[in-house]
Write a protein that binds this ligand. Sequence first.
Ligand code: ZN
Length: 84
Amino acid sequence: MIVEESVFVRIYNGSQRNYYIDAGYAVRKGAKCITVPVHALPPYSNTVVTAKCSCGESRRLPMKRYNEILRGGVYMCAFCKKYK
Ligand SMILES: [Zn+2]
């Protein structure tokens, strides 16, 4: 799971801005950042989130990486992945 409910995202370019506008978020013209719910992040996002394993272990990593290591939609730390 992800600890944060919402995250602070930097807006680097127009396509990124349009992504959030299309998703229904208000992004002011010229805005350099926006706060969005974690689920609104694109799967390939480099925004760093805190992933927490069911054992309590947590780790900061980019959303992109988080999605890569999910197992059946569940995040596991390296230890649990190996021994559970
Ligand atoms: Zn764990």
